[in-house]
Design a protein around this ligand. Structure first.
Ligand code: FES
Length: 365
């Protein structure tokens, strides 16, 4: 399938019917990132995601496995666990105190003995598929979805030197943007916009003119942004935290858009992940993780480094949010058109190809 040369039709970013179709055809079918496995390292740790009408949690088990299951109580439907995740030994429903084990078995249900049709074995929390890829926990609502790792094999090979699976969360940020999820994904997936939106923050070190787009694959797009020679520090490079990286890997950005809605930014020793969770046609939860190797946490200047990295990400996010809001407003206008794409925006075209595959080509006309 060829790559489109124009942006998506504007109505795809504002139409509730399109949003409903995307939930059905993409988010109830494809693999979705929930978070980092290392953030639920101990038995009973759990993360949650609310997506396409489903409320799901991924839970670390006593045998170290990670499972995904519904948060919906099998009594009268109240949600189990906290929306922000947490740690527990049992899931106790707040409504009538039905109690579930970490793997979703019903352990207790007060005053149900007088109902002869009550069978605890039929009141087990529903399960979904979970897969850990390079340290990220993914879930799939569709039980037939093929495994995730094979379609990202090339990304795994590319990321091997970075030790992605072993990076830990230094800090995480969660925001709600009043934009369509595709606007946010497209923004994070291309670096053409460095020269505009990020002209003061990113462009000096990683100019848009250097963008090198690759072919990508069925499940991802990928491009590289080399660092400008003038951006090298005058008093030498800081000691690398990850000695496995070569000169190019230490200095360039590699940006990978993993379909449908996870973007990874490899920046030398650290990786930033941005997961976009659609809520409505014009509302998206943005989950950002700053991932670093063990040496980052052990460095003598850890606190300063952490504060500086937080500040950098906050600035970039603020710039990104503002421009995405502007695009959302513009695409809501009757004047909006599906404009032509620069070759530097090839990831946007490749994302469009994925959408066409999922939704059917006619909707992109
Ligand atoms: S809804 Fe959960 S115990 Fe009643």
């Amino acid at each position: 399938m060829t790559e489109p040369r124009h942006a998506l039709p504007p109505r795809l970013h504002v139409d509730d019917a399109v949003h409903a179709l995307e939930l059905e055809q993409i988010f109830r079918r494809d693999w979705l990132c929930v978070g980092r496995a290392s953030d639920i390292a101990r038995p009973g740790d759990y993360l949650t995601i609310t997506i396409a009408g489903y409320s799901i949690m991924v839970v670390r088990q006593p045998n170290d496995a990670v499972i995904a299951m519904s948060r919906v109580c099998r009594h009268r439907g109240a949600l189990l666990g906290h929306a922000d995740g947490g740690t527990t030994s049992l899931f106790v429903c707040p409504y009538h105190h039905w109690t579930y084990t970490l793997d979703g078995q019903l352990r207790g249900a007060p005053a149900m003995g007088g109902n002869p049709s009550f069978d605890p074995k039929t009141c087990v929390l529903l399960r979904y598929r979970a897969e850990i890829w390079e340290g990220f926990v993914f879930i799939a609502i569709d039980p037939e979805r093929p495994a995730l790792a094979p379609r990202l094999q090339a990304v795994s090979e590319r990321a091997a030197a970075y030790g992605l699976a072993h990076l830990r969360t230094a800090f995480a940020i969660e925001e709600r943007w009043n934009v369509n999820w595709k606007i946010a994904v497209e923004n994070a997936s291309e670096s053409y916009h460095h020269l505009g939106v990020h002209s003061a923050t990113v462009q000096p070190a990683y100019p848009a003119s250097g963008v090198q787009c690759e072919d990508g694959g069925e499940g991802y797009n990928l491009h590289i942004v080399p660092r400008a020679p003038s951006a090298a520090g005058s008093d030498g490079e800081p000691a690398p935290l990850n000695p496995r990286l070569d000169e190019a890997q230490r200095t360039q950005l590699i940006i990978v858009g993993i379909y449908p809605s996870l973007v990874l930014v490899f920046a030398g020793d650290v990786v930033t992940s941005l997961a976009f969770v659609p809520e409505r046609a014009d509302s998206t939860v943005v989950r950002v993780h700053w991932l670093a190797p063990p040496a980052y946490f052990e460095s003598a200047d850890f606190e300063e480094r952490l504060a500086s990295d937080r500040l950098l990400i906050a600035s970039i996010l603020e710039e990104g949010r503002a421009c995405c809001l502007s695009v959302q407003q513009g695409l809501s206008s009757p004047d909006a058109v599906a404009g032509p794409l620069s070759p530097l925006e090839r990831p946007v075209a490749q994302f469009g190809r994925y959408l066409r595959h999922c939704l059917g080509a006619p909707i992109l006309k």
